[in-house]
Design a protein around this ligand. Structure first.
Ligand SMILES: [Zn+2]
Ligand SMILES: [Zn+2]
Length: 789
């Protein structure tokens, strides 16, 4: 968008070379957004030269500034092309231009940077190796032939190597490497693709690749060839990536994938794969147009795609899953390794169990030596641990499930400016935090589950790093109401800030609104595992009449006990017990095998639940899915979050058209009036049990259950529309990662005439909570009469 005063402008008239009268104009131009470290000044320089304009361009704390002088038509074209032809990694938020008096200038130059003032220029995300660099990588005549650290202004590491701002080589982990004369010449040449590419380097002056054993001794031979040989022999290789260490094995080897699982103590959670290119991805998965675009994007996320029957991938890679998580190489090292290996590899996070991934060399050697047989590593440090991002095509567009490497720290634009800077601390699982200022929200990289010291340290250090990077001191701090979340405790300990508590499911709906650049009001459907409710119970199947500032709980799943608290989450069969108890009000019919499998504890669990001992009421939708999964025999206990529901979805027959019915009744409200609508999940469980006893196929039952949940959601939304007049529904919460469910819900809602908002830019799971908290805090500031600056 080109804005600003006095444009288009009139200038002095002069005779052009053709003899026609042309008018010379001069403009001062400002470009805001991700415009530093991405080749923007050389781009401006070439553009000005091409259009025959005089003037200069430079960087300052706000972004890029320029003055251009020449024909009115040339200047106008220049302003348009600034946005439409910007370099690949640039993101232009705003171009403003103001008229100046022409000076009869000639020549165009790049002027020195101005580092004074409050910083607003943005650090870009890490980006996959570009085509120009790949061509050089493959060219035996090039001085960077087969060099694993090739990069330029259009590609390479950014966020993961930045130690401070301004973004300049001394404030990156490339600081210890002194450029050779050839690299320095490229770095200083405005016409060169590597002009001011901070990580520029070559075999003569840059980082070096090593293959070492667990005792840090170099292995003989060429590191890449030797690494590929280890993989082919079924060994486990640790590989230093952009944001941390990965563990790699041959994806076709059951023995290697199983060994990796055993050593990592990771029982069932799928491993991601890396393949050489889109063609190789097609051999493993169904890749549609959206999937291909996501795989090949410069952000290079892990893309979840439907697995092809007979795909040559070991069973141990993604047990019980119809999808595979696939990514293409995103560093030159990956390209070289995949070419050398000649086959798909597992490339999973370098950690044990649920610990954060290792990103420093010492930590990687210490923690991964019991897992990896060798380390493919190098001497360029990683400054910020950044996991791979995970996305999925959904109805022809990208949906993020984990927003991290390649996306962070790119800001998300907000519809309304924030009166004061906000830090939002996020939730507990899949934590991200968010620093928001004016109309930008900087949602952090994936921090992880805040359950141990290491992730808590990533969280606190990450917040400090973001505050320095974006030169922002928060005045408002938003947090989840759950008193035991470490993110909440952190917020409550901060001195000198205003604190804003945000209910978990309200944050989900607000995050979906911000994701779609909307403000509501909407009917919000927040379905997830658990979140701290406003009434001392555990919420998780919620219908909220919400806008950014507030909400009313207008409906929910009828609560059942959560027997044993956290153990009920790990043991879905416990939810089957309480749901059957609610459905039948006593002994369930004989013949349900789940009761037989847990006969020893079944009555104890029920006794505890009925007396309300260590069994808080919950309206969690995730637990309803768990109950049905256990009842059907999908799984009685889980090894990772959401596993039972994920596998239940895989079981469902997509061709089935039947649906179970849940009754929906208003609960008792205050003063004897009608309270929130209550959806009786136990009705669905009873229908599942009866179909099961009647001998229906589990695939059919699983499908009817999904369709029944969708029907109940649409029914409640229709009643709330009648009551409130609202015709837009926002869907959020981890349960909406279920493709089958989200497909039915969106289709049925649209058939019923609703406008439906789903997530795209931040995940529907708790990774999106921090964005929601931030916009709620901003809306409350505005509601309190604070004006945006
Ligand atoms: Zn490049
Ligand atoms: Zn060099």
């Amino acid at each position: 968008m080109v804005g600003g005063m006095g444009w288009p402008l009139a200038g002095r008239e002069r005779k052009g070379e053709t003899g026609r009268v042309t008018s010379t104009v001069r403009a001062s131009v400002r470009v805001e957004g991700v415009v530093q470290g991405v080749g923007f000044r050389p781009f401006v320089y070439s553009l000005a030269i091409r259009l025959g304009l005089a003037g200069w361009v430079g960087n300052d704390v706000d972004g890029v500034f320029a003055e251009v002088e020449g024909s009115a038509a040339g200047v106008k074209e220049f302003l348009g092309l600034l946005e439409t032809q910007a370099p690949p990694l640039a993101r232009v938020d705003r171009v403003t231009a103001a008229a100046m008096t022409p000076r009869g200038a000639s020549g165009f130059e790049i002027v020195a940077s101005d580092h004074s003032g409050r910083r607003r220029a943005l650090v870009s995300a890490d980006s996959a190796t570009c085509d120009d660099c790949l061509a050089e990588l493959a060219d035996p005549a090039d001085r960077r032939y087969a060099y694993p650290f090739i990069n330029c202004t259009n590609c390479g590491p950014r966020f993961t190597i930045v130690t401070g701002v301004p973004y300049d080589r001394p404030l990156t982990t490339m600081a210890p490497f002194t450029m050779c004369a050839a690299c320095a010449a490229e770095y200083h040449d405005p016409a060169n693709r590597r002009f001011h590419a901070q990580p520029v380097c070559c075999p003569a002056c840059g980082p070096r690749l090593r293959l070492i054993d667990t005792r840090r001794s170099d292995k003989a031979g060429d590191p890449l060839a030797e690494a590929a040989r280890l993989l082919a022999n079924g060994q486990v290789l640790a590989v230093k990536g952009l944001g941390g260490y990965h563990l790699a094995v041959d994806a076709g080897s059951q023995a290697a994938a199983s060994a990796l699982r055993a050593r990592k103590h990771r029982e069932d959670k799928p491993f991601a794969l890396m393949v050489a290119d889109v063609a190789a991805a097609r051999e493993l998965c169904e890749v549609d147009e959206t999937g291909q675009a996501l795989l090949a994007s410069a952000r290079r996320p892990v893309v979840l795609l439907p697995r092809r029957a007979g795909a040559p991938v070991a069973d141990a890679v993604a047990p019980g899953n119809r999808q595979l998580g696939i990514m293409l190489p995103y560093t030159p090292l990956h390209h070289l390794l995949l070419a050398e290996a000649g086959r798909p590899i597992v490339l999973t996070s370098g950690n044990v169990s649920d610990e954060p991934i290792a990103y420093t060399d010492g930590d990687a050697l210490a923690r991964l030596s019991g897992i990896a047989d060798a380390f493919l590593t190098h001497d360029r440090a990683i400054h910020i641990r950044t996991d791979d991002s995970v996305v999925r095509p959904l109805r022809g567009r990208e949906t993020l499930l984990r927003r991290s490497r390649g996306y962070a720290p790119e800001p998300l634009g907000l519809t309304a400016r924030l009166p004061r800077p906000v830090l939002a601390c996020g939730a507990e699982l899949k934590n991200t935090f968010c620093l928001a200022v004016e109309n930008r929200a900087f949602v952090s990289h994936h921090i992880g589950d805040l359950e141990n010291f290491e992730t808590l340290r990533s969280f606190t250090e990450g917040i400090g790093h973001f505050q320095r990077l974006f030169d922002t001191e928060p005045e408002v701090v938003a947090y989840d109401l759950h008193p035991e979340y470490l993110s909440t405790k952190y917020a409550l300990d901060l001195p000198g800030v205003d604190l804003v508590g945000v209910q978990h499911h309200h944050a989900h709906i607000a995050s979906c609104l911000a994701d779609n650049r909307e403000e509501g009001p909407v009917i919000g459907v927040a379905f997830d595992g658990t979140g701290f409710g406003g009434d001392g119970t555990i919420w998780g199947g919620e219908f909220l009449l919400a806008d950014l500032a507030g909400f009313e709980r207008a409906g929910h799943l009828e609560p059942v006990p959560l027997p044993g608290g956290a153990s009920a989450i790990r043991q879905p069969w416990r939810m089957a017990a309480v749901y059957l108890d609610a459905a039948y009000g006593g002994d369930p019919p004989a013949g349900l095998t789940v009761a037989g499998r847990h006969a020893g504890q079944w009555q104890d669990v029920l006794a505890m639940s009925r007396r309300g001992i260590n069994a808080p009421p919950t309206s969690s939708a995730g637990r309803l899915f768990d109950a049905v999964a256990a009842l059907l025999g999908v799984r009685d206990t889980i090894n990772y979050e959401g596993q039972a529901a994920i596998e239940l979805e895989q079981w469902a027959d997509p061709a089935e058209r039947g649906a179970y019915r849940a009754s929906i009744e208003p609960g008792a409200g205050p003063g004897g009036g009608a309270g929130p609508l209550r959806v009786r999940g136990a009705d669905l469980v009873r229908a599942v049990a009866e179909d099961l006893l009647a001998g229906a196929a589990p695939a059919v039952i699983a499908a009817r259950f999904h369709r029944g949940v969708a029907a109940a959601i649409v029914d409640v939304c229709a009643r709330l529309r009648d009551r409130s007049g609202r015709g837009t529904v926002a869907l959020s919460g981890g349960v909406f990662q279920n493709l089958l469910l989200v497909g039915h819900v969106v289709d049925r809602l649209e058939e019923a005439g609703f406008r439906v908002l789903t997530h795209a830019r931040v995940p529907p799971n708790d990774g999106g909570i921090s964005l929601g908290q931030a916009v709620v805090a901003g809306a409350r500031d505005r509601a309190a009469g604070l004006a945006a600056p």
